[in-house]
Design a protein around this ligand. Structure first.
Ligand code: XUL
Length: 519
């Protein structure tokens, strides 16, 4: 059996697969808000950050790892796990001092991970992907590289606020002593991998590309970018390696405490989106995945790297080889939840039966679907912008608001993914909200392509389990054909006669109108 662990924004999950029978044996998830309320992070991050700052408490991820493994141990015999790999929310960084490696080696099963490792954090909190506070640092890095185009050419993305390099630069500027004390900057993925392996683990080419520090073509740290980011950074960066490549045997702590075999191998972790590409069976170019999580992401395998002329999309390393493109929308589930709560609705209002009370195109009622700052496109915004009937603009008529939000989200996605130039014949939908048929129907209608879903909604954890099997010597593609088949009754076809061409043009005009009104 093989274990995949995904540490995403709001929860940490484990999925155990059995490659002999081709089945998913067990799933276990710990929700950061509901299961670990003592960390004061109802949505997985610390509320109340000023000026676009969004940080999380890294102790939460350690506590969740202990909690998840103890629950999983009740469901499966963990001594039968041959390898573990995993994924983490992308871009988030964890700063540790020189004691981290020693503490990992000396972990005692009697105490927990938080008690033994928290003392090595040289930065108490971790900036995560929702953070938009590093505009200045992005401009400084771009200027040092003689322009943002050069940053994009080398790293696969222009300098981006949530990416790790600009975040590291901000830390160095604001807390030079803390930066000095930092001996290693990990990503969420490589941090958790290090804990499991009991030693510093590498960063993979998928998650590494989300830092504005890696040279995408060379798959190495880019000296120019690293020097433009912060002094003495090169020695603080982990090695780079392919996702799933072996790091070593699992640390004794996990053997004694949870019953893993001492021979269980740990494989290099990746980011949640690259892992999801694996878990959806979409590493080979020609397939498109839309993941509906805290963030909504659109991604696909790519033959050759080409970049977004608008500067919002990214190119990462693909764990299956080659490249992948990704466009991330910050207002995903958090916006859907905000609208649901504002109108005192439940998810049934987003289902097909409820959406049937409104029409495709929403009678011209259009919404910029943002309840907080957006990154694609970059907007400093706190509330949706509405254009349409008087009642709709006043925020009345909940069902029109629901359709307005969903249509706005996917029109915004369609518009900002046109640069990829893929003909979308079929969409693979994943993430918590993908189970909702109403949402899936709007995706199918807006993109004019059928939508299919896998039986498992957490494709990142499944992808991580497949990577664990790769660590154990299995080839990736046969595993994908085994595990990543769309569920038989999951297909949703576009509604005949529905065409969103006009609505798209209308959405883009509303967006442009809003942007020019903001100067
Ligand atoms: C991708 C991104 C998010 C995070 C959290 O660039 O920022 O999708 O990976 O899921």
């Amino acid at each position: 059996m093989h274990l995949g662990i995904d540490s995403s924004t709001q929860s940490l999950s484990g999925v155990v697969v059995d490659v002999a029978s081709g089945s998913i044996v067990a799933e276990m998830s710990v929700n950061f808000g509901a299961d670990l309320p003592e960390y004061g992070s109802p949505n997985g991050f610390l509320p109340g950050g000023a000026d676009g700052e969004v940080h999380a408490d890294p102790r939460l991820w350690l506590a969740a790892l202990d909690r998840m493994l103890s629950g999983l141990g009740d469901l499966v015999d963990l001594s039968r796990i041959r390898a573990v790999s995993g994924s983490g929310q992308q871009h988030g960084s964890v700063y540790v001092d020189g004691t981290f490696a020693e503490r990992l080696e000396a972990l005692e099963p009697e105490a927990d991970l938080v008690a033994q490792l928290a003392g090595s954090l040289s930065r108490a909190t971790s900036p995560i992907w929702m953070d938009t506070s590093t505009g200045t640092q992005c401009r400084e890095i771009a200027a040092a590289m003689c322009g943002n185009a050069e940053v994009g050419k080398r790293s696969g993305s222009g300098a981006i606020e949530r990416f790790t390099g600009p975040q590291i630069r901000k830390f160095w500027q604001q807390d030079p002593d803390g930066y000095q004390r930092t001996s290693r900057v990990h990503l969420v993925s490589s941090f958790l991998c290090s804990v499991l392996a009991g030693k510093h683990a590498p960063i993979d080419f998928g998650d590494g590309a989300g830092m504005n520090l890696m040279n995408l073509a060379a798959r190495q740290w880019d000296h120019g970018l690293v020097d433009a980011t912060a002094p003495q950074l090169m020695v603080k960066l982990p090695e780079l390696a392919a996702a799933g490549s072996p790091v070593g045997a699992i640390a004794e702590y996990f053997v004694v405490k949870y019953g893993f075999s001492p021979d269980c191998q740990v494989g290099v972790f990746t980011g949640d989106n690259p892992a999801s590409l694996v878990g959806m069976g979409a590493t080979t170019p020609g397939q498109v995945v839309i993941s509906l999580g805290t963030s909504d992401t659109f991604f696909a395998g790519m033959d050759a790297a080409h970049t977004d002329p608008r500067g919002f999309g990214h190119v990462f390393g693909n764990p299956g080889g080659g490249y992948m493109c990704l466009v991330c929308f910050r207002n995903g589930s958090l916006a859907r939840e905000a609208l649901r709560d504002q109108y005192h609705l439940d998810w049934s209002a987003f289902e097909r039966s409820s959406l049937a009370h409104t029409e495709a195109g929403n009678q011209g009622n259009r919404m910029l679907p943002f309840f907080g700052p957006e990154i694609t496109p970059r907007l400093d915004i706190q509330q949706p912008v509405r254009r349409g009937s008087e009642a709709f603009e006043r925020g009345e008529e909940p069902l029109l608001q629901v359709r307005g939000l969903l249509e706005g989200q996917f029109l915004n996605m369609k518009h900002h993914t046109d640069w990829i130039g893929i003909k979308v014949d079929r969409i693979l939908l994943t993430g918590g909200a993908s189970r909702n048929d109403g949402i899936a129907q709007i995706v199918a209608d807006v993109f004019g392509a059928p939508v299919e879903r896998l039986a498992i909604a957490n494709s990142a954890a499944l992808g991580a389990a497949i990577l664990a099997a790769v660590t154990d010597g299995h080839a990736m593609e046969p595993l994908q054909s085994m595990f990543c088949q769309p569920a038989a009754d999951s297909r949703i076809d576009p509604t005949p006669g529905v065409n969103y061409g006009e609505a798209l043009a209308d959405y883009v005009s509303l967006l442009e109108e809003y942007r020019s009104s903001q100067g």
